[in-house]
Structure formats: structure tokens, C-alpha cells
Design a protein around this ligand. Structure first.
Ligand code: GDP
Ligand code: IMO
Ligand code: MG
Length: 427
């Protein structure tokens, strides 16, 4: 019996898709539990690149059950397009289950996401404009439309009508825009519902049945710890819970069922969108990281901001998710840098702090305190055993372990499935 949660330890894009795909080989079930198509998970399997936004990365193996849990917000159009994209590329998607209680992203959520960002002006969050925040707002306001509502014509009509009254009031009276029409949305979404219907189930029960049967279940987080709505760099966060606890809520499994929590962490740091980032490099080194690591968003194509590894954040991620292991990714990208820096604390108001601060006003003022480590020049992408890495690369990983107290059980040195150094069993 094994249930493993995999999360992002930084600001997203740590390589969760790649590590999920790697671990999925041994899993029976792979579950997405939060977020929506704001996520972009790139997987390179057998030399072919796949970009997934909503469907769990386990889908690339034919015999794995994939689940979209209740905590995910689903844009049905995107879901169906992703299914078509996979089918066109020869991937069988027959074993995909969708929670009847997942919330549906509606057209007005996307419109609102854009209007709210515009209204924020210089305080904009830099969202993906996929309607994620507004969809979670409606969930919390208890007016959201769930997948199960979509499957019931009368229920859907009633809920859509009520929502449109409120949303159209906003569009017309507050934003001076046009109202959305009931008929346009209703017919289109009923069409989506018919395709989705056969996949809809009680996913919490399905997952529980698998765990009880001794199957291996892998929970694939989206986004990252610092984008968590409670524990992240609020308000520059997403509207869900990417930390490990989110798996319990977003999949309907109890915490005692979880055996292990893997934090995927990049060997440096990136961030897309606005918000504080103490180790950000606005110089040539940052540009080199972006170029060597191909740091451009999978979902929006935006250039990712790059900077040094931050051990304060890594320890914070270990704390709030109870990490048992790290999967350190993109170590290969650091090849060629003369000296490497790791942030071990922050200088703020003449003081040095070593814990992630509660106040975002303070976090914004934090100046990184670095320790320096020697770099390496060797290409790492063909290495398969930890002992075969250059000593400086080994020491870099070992230093991360010492600073965080979390073993780096997996080390990735390239995007491919096989470019993963295994230092211990996960499943
Ligand atoms: P995710 O959102 O956490 O799944 O990460 P993304 O897929 O958005 O971004 C990670 C990118 O890095 C993808 O293009 C991966 O193919 C790539 N990648 C993952 N691990 C490694 C690695 O160890 N080395 C290199 N060079 N690329 C990697
Ligand atoms: P994966 O799963 C990186 C960021 C956006 C923005 C903020 C809020 O690929 O790691 P939202 O559209 O969610 O309301 O935007 O969160 N963001 C991500 N950044 N990776 C992601 O997903 C992200 N999903 C959202 O850029 O700053
Ligand atoms: Mg991504």
C-alpha cells in the first residue's frame, strides 16, 4: 500500500511533470488534486515532448488510471482539447476519471480574470488569465457549478441563469462591458457534458478502493508552495492549495493514507508573474539560466524570472508539506557557471533571519545572504549514477540536503525520462 504526494517546492515549474512521469511507471493511479489549466507540465517520454495542463502526467502510460480530483477547477473545453491532442499523438486516454464534485470554469470566469487584472493596474498578479481565481471565488461563495451539475440539464440551466444575473450585473454596471448570453453558453456546455459524462465518478471512493487494494497512488501537485493561497507570497499566489495538505482536500483522502511526500525543487529558482523574489538575478547569469534552462512558460510562453537557489524557501517547503524527499531537477542547467550561490538567510532591517517571514511586507525587503560553492564545467546529461557526477555537483546537492535536512532521493539532469539519478526507492 503506498500513496505518494508530489508537490512543487518553489513558485511552480520545478519539473513536476517530468518527475511524475518518471514515478508513474511504478504507480497504478495518478491524481491531479488542485489548480486547473494554469498548470503546464512538460514531459519528455521516449524522445517525444508532451505538454499537459489538466490531465495527470501518468496518462502517457497506457495502463495507468488517471484521476482529476474534486479540488481541480476544470475548463471542459480545454479538457476535451487535451484529450483530442493526446489521441492525435497516439495516446490512449480511456482510463481517465473525473470527480463529479470538481468545479467548472465558465466563460465568465475567464472574462473576469482579465478584467480584474486590468483593474489592479500596477498591483496586477500576472495571472494566467485562465479563470482560475474567479472559479475558486465562486466555489468559496457557494455559487460554483460542479461537474455533476453540468450533467443535469435542469440543474445546470438554473445555476447558470442565477450566475449570469450576478456576473452580467458586474460586466455591464461595473466594467461597462457587454452581457454574456445564456443560450450561447448553455448549449455549448451541454455539448461538452455529453463527452465528459462517461468519465465522471466519485473519485474519492475510486482512490480509496485503489489504496485498499494495495495499489500505488501518486498525487501530482500543480503550481508550488509559494503560490499556495495560505502559505505562499500572498497576494501573488494562485487560488488553490499546492502544498501536500491540498492533496487530502482536493482528492478526498485522509492524511493517514499518505506514506511519503516528494518536493520537486529546481537546482536554482524561477518565478512567472509578479511578486517578490529575493534571489532573482537581473544580470547576465540570470539570462544564462533562462537560456540554458529554456525558462519560458509552458502555458503562457512568458519568460520566467530566474535566480539562485534559496534554501530558506526549501526549508519552508519542507516544513509546510512535511517533505520526506526532494527531487532536485535541472542540475545540468548550472553547468558552466564558475561559482554558484545558495541563499541561506535574509538580511532585513539590519537583522539576519533564517525562516520564511510571515509578513509579505518584510519578505519584499529581504536581501539574500549567500554562501558560495564551486561550479563545474562537465556536461551532466549522460550521468546515471550519483557517484559519477563531478565532485562539485555532488557537493551542491549534498549541501542542499544539509541545509534542509531532507534527502535528495532523485536528481534530474535532463528532461528525458531516463535522465534521472535514483538514490533510493520511492515506491
Ligand atoms: P512543471 O510545471 O513543474 O511540470 O514544470 P514545467 O514542465 O513547466 O517546466 C520544467 C521544464 O524543465 C520542462 O520543459 C521540462 O521538460 C524541463 N526539465 C525537467 N527536468 C529537467 C532537468 O533535470 N533538466 C533539464 N534540462 N530540463 C528539465
Ligand atoms: P505549474 O503547475 C508557474 C502563477 C501565475 C501567477 C499566479 C496566479 O506549471 O507549476 P493564476 O492564473 O493561477 O491565478 O495565476 O500563479 N502560476 C504559475 N506559475 N507554474 C504554474 O503551474 C503556475 N500556475 C499559476 O503566473 O503569477
Ligand atoms: Mg509548469
Amino acid at each position: 500500500m503506498a500513496a505518494v504526494v508530489l508537490i512543487g517546492s518553489q513558485w511552480g515549474d520545478e519539473g513536476k511533470g517530468k518527475i511524475t512521469d518518471f514515478l508513474a511507471e511504478k504507480a497504478n493511479v495518478v491524481v491531479r488534486y488542485q489548480g486547473g489549466n494554469n498548470a503546464g507540465h512538460t514531459v519528455v517520454a521516449n524522445g517525444e515532448e508532451f505538454k499537459l495542463h489538466l490531465i495527470p502526467s501518468g496518462i502517457l502510460y497506457e495502463n495507468k488510471t488517471c484521476v482529476i480530483g474534486n479540488g481541480v477547477v476544470i475548463d471542459p473545453k480545454v479538457l476535451l482539447e487535451e484529450l483530442d491532442y493526446l489521441a492525435e499523438r497516439g495516446i490512449k486516454t480511456g482510463k481517465l476519471l473525473i470527480s463529479s464534485n470538481a468545479q467548472v470554469i465558465m466563460p465568465y470566469h475567464m472574462v473576469l480574470d482579465g478584467l480584474e487584472e486590468e483593474a489592479r493596474g500596477e498591483h496586477k498578479i500576472g495571472t494566467t488569465k485562465r479563470g482560475i481565481g474567479p472559479a475558486y471565488m465562486d466555489k468559496a461563495s457557494r455559487i460554483g457549478i460542479r461537474i455533476i451539475d453540468l450533467l443535469d440539464k435542469e440543474e445546470f440551466a438554473e445555476k447558470l441563469r442565477r450566475n449570469l444575473v450576478e456576473k452580467n450585473n458586474l460586466f455591464v454596471k461595473v466594467y461597462g462591458k457587454e452581457a454574456l448570453k445564456f443560450e450561447d453558453i448553455y448549449e455549448t456546455y451541454l455539448g461538452y457534458a455529453e463527452r465528459i459524462r462517461p468519465m465522471v465518478t466519485d473519485s474519492s471512493l475510486a482512490i480509496d478502493t485503489s489504496i485498499r487494494a494495495g495499489e500505488k497512488v501518486l498525487f501530482e501537485g500543480a503550481q508550488g508552495t509559494l503560490l499556495d493561497i495560505d502559505h505562499g507570497t500572498y497576494p501573488y499566489v494562485t487560488s488553490s492549495h499546492p502544498i501536500a495538505g491540498g492533496a487530502c482536500i482536493g482528492a478526498g483522502v485522509g492524511p493517514t493514507r499518505i506514506n511519503r511526500v516528494i518536493g520537486v525543487i529546481k537546482a536554482y529558482t524561477t518565478r512567472v508573474g509578479e511578486g517578490p523574489f529575493p534571489t532573482e538575478l537581473l544580470d547576465k547569469t540570470g539570462e544564462e539560466m533562462r537560456a540554458n534552462g529554456h525558462e519560458f512558460g509552458t502555458t503562457t510562453g512568458r519568460a520566467r524570472r530566474c535566480g539562485w537557489f534559496d534554501a530558506v524557501i526549501a526549508r519552508y517547503a519542507a516544513r509546510v508539506s512535511g517533505l520526506s524527499d526532494f527531487a532536485v531537477t535541472k542540475l545540468d542547467v548550472l553547468t558552466g557557471l564558475d561559482k554558484l550561490k545558495i541563499c541561506v538567510g535574509y538580511r532585513v532591517n539590519e537583522e539576519i533571519i533564517t525562516e520564511f517571514p510571515q509578513s509579505q511586507k518584510i519578505f519584499k525587503q529581504c536581501q539574500p545572504v549567500y554562501e558560495e560553492l564551486p561550479g563545474w564545467q562537465e556536461d551532466l546529461t549522460h550521468v546515471r549514477r550519483f557517484e559519477d557526477l563531478p565532485k562539485a555537483a555532488q557537493n551542491y546537492v549534498l549541501r542542499i540536503e544539509t541545509l534542509t535536512g531532507v534527502p535528495a532521493t532523485l536528481v534530474a539532469i535532463g528532461p528525458g525520462r531516463e535522465q534521472t539519478i535514483v538514490r533510493g526507492e520511492i515506491f
